[in-house]
Design a protein around this ligand. Structure first.
Ligand SMILES: [Zn+2]
Length: 239
């Protein structure tokens, strides 16, 4: 097989088949992004839920300690009230009344504090439930989308496979040394024009200046050349 205009036309065909492959690959990627997005949201929610559960546990410990404190204070208050009825002197009575007044204020304050802690816990519990609902709902959505993505991926992959088969067939009609050179440029620029031309005296893709001798040798199919800068394969002007 000798290199001729047709060889380069076939390389151009492969280049455009690659562009079609890229479109299908992009579609697959876009679908996978949908999954990533849901997974990210779920992982954020899971993290938030763990934080909520941690504060709930702390609140529960604090509440238990305050309830214990309240119990002791309440017992002391009751005891003071009992003692008051059997107080022997005015001084004793006044001291007990003072203790009862002060303890009552403390009990009231503590009761209010505990109530606030319980309200706070309830709010957090409801936030945890809301997170659970989101996680459950999004898990169902995720399963549905996973299936969709899978189906789309299969369809797209079939298309991609067809293009690969076509490329395989086309490449068999290209001289091996030219195809190997094209593969080098393709490794670097697969979806961004691995083939270039010399226009004026420079690479049409990157504007690198090329000498006129290179240009004429390529035109005569006497050499396989790459752009010295972007390393794209240089094709003759008519190809
Ligand atoms: Zn170039």
């Amino acid at each position: 097989m000798t290199i001729n205009l047709q060889s380069y036309s076939l390389l151009r065909e492969i280049q455009s088949l690659d562009v079609s492959i890229k479109k299908h690959m992009d579609r697959i990627e876009a679908e996978k992004l949908r999954l990533d997005q849901i997974n990210r949201m779920r992982s954020t929610r899971t993290g938030e839920k763990e934080e909520l559960l941690k504060s709930l546990e702390e609140l529960s410990d604090t509440t238990a300690a305050k309830e214990k404190e309240l119990f002791t204070l309440d017992s002391n208050l009751k005891q003071a009230k009992t003692n008051l009825s059997s107080a022997a002197t005015n001084t004793q009575m006044e001291a007990l009344e003072k203790q009862i007044r002060e303890s009552s204020v403390q009990v009231d304050a503590l009761e209010e504090e505990i109530l606030n802690l319980l309200t706070n816990s309830e709010e957090i519990e409801s936030a945890v439930n809301e997170h659970d609902e989101f996680l459950q709902g999004s898990l169902e959505t995720l399963e549905v989308i996973k299936k969709e993505v899978n189906d789309i991926q299969k369809v797209e992959q079939l298309e991609i496979d067809k293009y690969h088969e076509r490329i395989e067939r086309v490449s068999q009609n290209i001289p091996e040394n030219l195809f190997k050179s094209f593969q080098l440029a393709r490794t670097k620029h697969r979806f961004n024009n691995p083939i270039t031309k010399i226009k004026g005296n420079s690479c049409s893709m990157c504007r690198f200046i090329l000498d006129s001798q290179t240009s004429s040798l390529v035109e005569l199919f006497k050499t396989i050349e790459f752009c010295g800068q972007c390393e794209r394969l240089i094709a003759p002007l008519e190809a």
